[in-house]
Ligand binder design. Sequence first.
Ligand code: HAM
Length: 572
Amino acid sequence: MHTGNWELPIGNCMIKAVRGTRDLLPPDTALWNFVEASVRDVFRAYNFHEIRTPIFEETQLFARSVGEETDIVSKEMYTWEDGERFEEKRIIDEWLRANQSDDPSHVQAGRVNVQGSPPFLAKLKELGVQLQVWRGIPVRPNFPGGVLGGRVEFVTFAPRVSRDAITALVKARDIAKSEYSGEFGNYPILLRLVVPDEVARSSPWVQTEDVEIEPFAGNYFSSSQTLTLRPENTAGIVRAYIEHKMWDRGLNKFYSIGPMFRRERPQKGRYRQFYQIDAEVIGPPSAGSESPARDAEILELLATLLDRLGIKDWTLQLNSVGCPNDRVAYNEALRKALEPVAAKMCADCQRRAVTNPLRVFDCKVPEDQPIIEKLPRISHYLDESCRKHFEQVQEILKAAGVPFTLNDRLVRGLDYYTRTAFEFTHGALGAQNAILGGGRYDGLSESLGGPSAPGIGFAIGEDRLVLALKESAEAVQHKPDVYIAPLGPGMDREAARLARELRHHDLVVELGDESFRLKKSFEAATRAGARFILIVGENEVKADRFALKNLATGEQVSVPHAELALRIQSAQ
Ligand code: HAM
């Protein structure tokens, strides 16, 4: 494959995973599977159903939901122009307009005349060379083929300076010289590669004496859409809700598990590709989607889930960020409070103080924190209905025995939140201590062109959850129950038969090899962490009794074939 810069020797340097991405390897993957199996169980118990949305979406979806001024949208998204197409016909037409002479009998100096015999022109096309022209040559009137002298040019139009385009031109000249020698014999042939000038400037310089590279002014690329790797999944799920008119189903309870992408500075617990376990409850108001009972159910589900996974020291931080009514008054108060101090803050805060003052709370710059600490608090600006909603959420949580801490500085770094907002933090995670976050987004559907569809959801950072669980990793490793050690020629067959039988009993079986000596089999069994080793030698097969050794206790017994599975299972 041509990589663009083919003057440089291609080295053998090792290719590594991209910064901020990582491979999940065994035994860690067992922990990931344990987490995912457990959350699927919990979601089933709460009647949530899986939804899978695409990993990339139109950029506008995130700009309109998460918000232009958020860190995520303004700094962290992986965005690209998709469907970029080189408009070959347009650049040829424009080039001819700029270069071609209208006078077939006399080509003026510097102008060109399109020429060529039909079979040779067809050949050129096949090679990827688009034009054969004569430049600056007088031709005999009324006899277009009768050229008196001058220069032939083969012209290729390409999106960039590439080896392929140059090879095609050179090949065309070779064919012309050998197969059409009579026609081309007397004339020098110039090879010309025309590329859009924007691209020509950024193309690697190509050393070629043979080909003239002509940067041609103009943009000859049409680009269909701007796409983004999803930085979060609420927007995608609400888009799907609207697109598939899911309000007909009443209240929807979705969950999804998958990778998200943010160009953040990588550190422990913060990656550029990370995984979220996302849940959303969304539906028309008539289905009860606005009820504080939904908020409480989500929070209670999370408490259950974390407890079940064995995450002990979590803290639920709870706040209400109010609704659009409250937000107007609060934003106004923030703007006022920021006016005299904004100049002392970081550049982002100065901008946000004007465009979206709530986002000032996302600032991580230490010097700005004392100023932010003194800003007005959202809890003082909640209207009656928001206050009541928040109180009811708290009452249900207390009744259900879910502990929480009120934190009226928690506004969350995404614009779509209304009313309840929350995060669960965990001490063991250090700086990136938010194991999950979520909240209500009652106006999101409308802002994406859908009907009223209040909703609430959360996303767990699965990477962080796994980190928090890491200490107990040992507990969820599935190690082989038994390592089967075939001993001597022909024993692989017998071992395979036994392994199949034992696996049917749901046992985890690791299989050795008849070429291994017994000592090597013991070493392999120990390294795999097997609980038992089962010796399969000729004598054992004959007697239909097998030596089964418990690798932890060292106890070895001879077990009849029929009792093997039971014996291994009962020792669990
Ligand atoms: P978020 O707070 O941006 O919310 O992300 C949720 C969780 O994803 C965080 O608490 C953290 O555990 C994890 N996370 C975020 N960025 C990274 C990263 N770079 N590396 C590792 N983990 C990360 C949302 O995404 C919302 N969509 C949540 C939501 C759902 N709200 C309503 N419904």
